[in-house]
Design a protein around this ligand. Sequence first.
Ligand code: DAH
Length: 338
Amino acid sequence: MIQTIKEHLVEVEKFASTSKEEIETFRIKYLGKKGLLNTFFAEFKNVPIDQKKEFGQVINELKSAATEKVNALKEALESQTEVGKYGDLTRPGEPMEIGARHPISIVKNRIIDIFSRIGFNVSEGPEIEDDWHNFTALNLPEYHPARDMQDTFFIQTNPDILLRTHTSSVQVRYMESHQPPIRTISPGRVYRNEAISARSHCFFHQVEGLYVDKNVSFADLKQTLQYFTSEMFGKSKIRLRPSYFPFTEPSAEVDVYWGLETETDYRMTKGTGWLEIMGCGMIDPNVLRNCGIDPEVYSGFAFGMGIDRIALLLHQISDIRLLSENDVRFLEQFKSAL
Ligand code: DAH
């Protein structure tokens, strides 16, 4: 009997399998209720006294060998299968929520895309600016009345450091560090000390455009703007109204004919169908000179437009404040937009 058990011990130690069923059969054979071990234990009472000790030892050895073997094989099996490694791969996946872009970003990206197709790159400048870049270099010396067109936030008490009131400051920075040919657009946030209402806020977003080369004319400006409005709005009927900006001469305001189809059209165009979308002009020779570009050799045009108003218009949003409140219920509505 003892010999038989020892033979089983060898067999148990030799046993190997990666099949779940085989391991289970093995377990039942040795450790199951009616398994060999229980049979041997039942035999114990019939073993002659002088053999009881050795019998007890081998049978316990067999039991722990079988138990260890089963545990080791099961563990190996589990870490090998995909369930063990990755979890259950057949479980249905959880749908991933797709976020929404902010309407400002949607409009900004479209503008960048449209201008990049005609060779404009994108440039940026700081929101905290100095007087030179925001005003003086742009032909707005101290005490120039046109500074009052833009109510400025100053940083603490230093009158030289301010929150930029327009992205035209990036024009100056770009021309200071690049020679023509220049074709760049500069999107960014700007700040003005204005009362907050449904129509205006103390910060908003602009895109500045800058084109400097030899022989750049007003006709080039007009053509560029027409390309832009037809790509952006699907509308190429524009008009340029004479205007004044210190940094351009001549200057103009650009209206696009929007039409009067919806209530928002009426409200946004004040019932005229025409929508003012930007300011523009030929860069004043003084500005070119201030930025280290020779106005005898080069000429250029610039334009600046507000992004927020375009976003309101394109998405039929009635209140500019919605753009900065970050209400998820509002923002979620732009999931399907680009
Ligand atoms: N900086 C002007 C503003 O904030 C917009 C503007 C007008 C920019 C004419 C220009 C320009 O570059 O040529 O109202």
